[in-house]
Design a protein around this ligand. Structure first.
Ligand code: SF4
Ligand code: SF4
Length: 263
């Protein structure tokens, strides 16, 4: 903790970064902190309760626009998001310094996103046992049971879009759910349109989702929408491999792509 605070202060004092994104103690749980001075950086904390994906703030125009340099604390899965945001030209190399939580529980300063990428390549992802078991349980249901499960869960959704707001990869300035010419999705909450909303959200994540789980954690109703993203990530990986720097499954086409889902 002291190391994090002193390094963040050093970066802010030396103007190596203009702001530092981390966590501070909240009323019940840690909450995000955007520190712009060494004094504020003194409130930084980082422990096992800090499970959100702070990379979501890196594309916020009010924070990181205009060539501002940013320091950020990131879990393994947030580092994945940062790597993908660079691939999608949403971040500038050299503008982000990442304090990554490493396998041994320590914090390492990555001066460049290229170093983050290297680390991700060399390090196995932390276990996702709970999500794996949950997804398996759902996959083993019959189609009718699965339909009942998901319509039952998603009928509760009241379209607050917290799942979207928590996701670092949902950075469009105009989302399909707010477009009304044409009206792609019904704006009111109803089971079928809630299903459509989640299918659209997760489809847009194909090959881009870091499997961080922040969407599910953000849902005020505890709906397991991160399990849909988790399963989709597994299917994409099995069929198309890892996303590459030059594109992901949604933005690239190969004549060798399987078409076994047709017919
Ligand atoms: S869809 Fe959910 S799990 Fe995937 S990157 Fe977004 S917040 Fe994380
Ligand atoms: S956070 Fe939950 S309730 Fe809100 S839109 Fe997403 S799934 Fe629906």
């Amino acid at each position: 903790m002291n190391e994090l605070r002193s390094k963040a202060k050093e970066l802010l004092d030396s103007k190596a970064v203009d702001l530092f994104i981390g966590y501070e103690e909240g009323t019940r749980l840690p909450r995000p902190l955007i520190a712009t001075s060494a004094e504020e950086a003194d409130r930084l904390i980082f422990d096992e309760r800090c499970t959100g994906n702070l990379a979501v703030y890196l594309t916020r125009k009010d924070l990181a626009a205009g060539g501002r340099k940013v320091g950020i604390v990131a879990s393994y899965y947030a580092m994945r998001s940062i790597s993908r945001l660079l691939d999608e030209n949403q971040l500038r190399e050299g503008a982000v310094k990442v304090f990554g939580l490493t396998q041994d529980g320590g914090l390492t300063l990555f001066e460049a996103i290229a170093d983050v990428k290297q680390y991700l390549q060399e390090t196995p992802a932390p276990s996702r046992q709970v999500e794996d078991e949950w997804a398996k349980e759902i996959a083993e249901m019959s189609a009718a049971e699965r339909w009942k499960y998901w319509t039952g869960e998603l009928s509760k959704c009241f379209k607050c879009y917290a799942c979207r707001a928590a996701c670092p990869m949902c950075y469009c300035t105009r989302c399909i759910v707010e477009v009304n010419r044409p009206q792609w999705l019904q704006p009111w909450a109803a089971t079928m349109s809630n299903m459509e909303w989640q299918l659209n959200r997760v489809m847009h994540m194909a090959g881009r989702c870091s499997d961080c789980g922040a969407c599910g954690a953000a849902c005020p109703l505890g709906l397991p929408v991160h399990i849909i993203a988790h399963k989709m990530t597994e299917i994409v990986r099995q069929n198309f491999g890892e996303p590459t720097e030059t594109g992901n499954v949604l933005s690239t086409f190969s004549p060798n792509d399987k078409e076994n889902f047709i017919g």
